[in-house]
Design a protein around this ligand. Structure first.
Ligand SMILES: NC(=O)c1ccc[n+]([C@@H]2O[C@H](COP(=O)([O-])OP(=O)(O)OC[C@H]3O[C@@H](n4cnc5c(N)ncnc54)[C@H](OP(=O)(O)O)[C@@H]3O)[C@@H](O)[C@H]2O)c1
Length: 257
């Protein structure tokens, strides 16, 4: 039985990823800020897939989060095979409206906590000769998004870490990759659409329609479609894919890299 850690697992992409990894037969430790939100998901996944599913609360914007999660995983499993780096997004802000306090929080959330967590797990993975680190990124790492200054910047740093760390551990059977969502239909995307509607003085349905018009597939993605890509990178058949950023975006991004 392999073991997996999934962050931001109480909703959206993280919940879909947890379901995918449970269906693939992994025992899980799910984390987000609230075990109240996680526990019903854990019970459902256990009932549906027969795997053991544990939960722990930690706030990725708090500098102690990585230690809390890694220590609990060590107690439960003794070693983690798969770690999905995911949590919530930072608040929207244009570049002229950022401030030092919010930069610290955003970089802790998007960059330092995921890197800290992965860094705690990598030595065990390398020793055992097997491991999978998969980070949820954003299209902003390829094509910076308007009004998402914190997200564009913090995730770009995480993407650079993925490219660096993936090469360092490749010979030890450990892969480190990122998945780049375009627009996948979750609460977060609905909130961003609502914020854009408020900012531009229009309604949410018009923002969504305009956004969909830019996606060649003609729709937002389903979280399960995104989770399938993470499941591939977390599974045994992706053994020669590392230090890569894979898009799941219905053709949205034009960038060649
Ligand atoms: N959906 C997309 O198309 C898309 C596109 C680009 C980037 N992303 C990014 O991908 C990530 C997941 O997106 P999503 O759409 O699944 O968002 P979501 O529906 O808002 O879910 C976010 C999840 O993260 C948890 N979370 C939020 N803040 C946290 C924190 N400080 N510490 C720990 N957990 C936290 C939430 O649970 P609790 O409330 O229980 O903590 C929830 O489980 C986000 O970073 C988002 O910005 C998503």
């Amino acid at each position: 039985m392999t073991t997996a850690l999934v962050g931001g697992a109480s909703a959206g992409l993280g919940a879909a990823i947890a379901e995918r990894l449970a269906a693939d037969g992994n025992d899980l430790l799910l984390w987000s800020r609230s075990t109240e939100r996680l526990d019903p998901i854990a019970a459902t996944l256990h009932a549906r897939h027969g795997v053991k599913v544990h939960t722990v609360a930690a706030d990725a914007a708090d500098p102690t989060a990585a230690a809390t999660v890694a220590d609990r995983a060590e107690e439960l499993f003794g070693g983690v095979d798969i770690c999905v780096l995911n949590a919530g997004g930072p608040p929207p802000a244009t570049a002229d409206k950022t401030n030092a306090d919010d930069w610290r929080k955003a970089l802790q959330l998007l960059t330092i906590t995921p890197i800290d967590l992965a860094t705690r797990l990598l030595p065990g993975m390398r020793e055992r000769g097997h491991g999978r680190i998969v980070a949820v990124l954003s299209s902003g790492v390829r094509e910076p998004l308007p009004n998402l200054t914190y997200s564009n910047s913090g995730r770009a740093a995480l993407a650079a870490w993925i490219k660096t760390a993936g090469r360092e551990v490749a010979a030890d059977g450990v892969t480190v990759n990122g998945v780049v969502p375009g627009r996948i239909d979750t609460d977060r995307v609905a909130q961003l659409d609502a914020a854009a509607a408020k900012r531009t003085g229009t309604d949410e349905a018009s923002v969504r329609a305009a956004s969909i018009a830019t996606i060649p597939a003609g729709r937002y993605g389903d979280p399960q479609e995104f989770a399938a890509v993470v499941g591939f990178l977390a599974g045994p058949t992706s053994s020669y894919v590392t230090a890569s950023l894979l898009s799941c975006d219905g053709g949205l991004m034009r960038s060649m890299t």
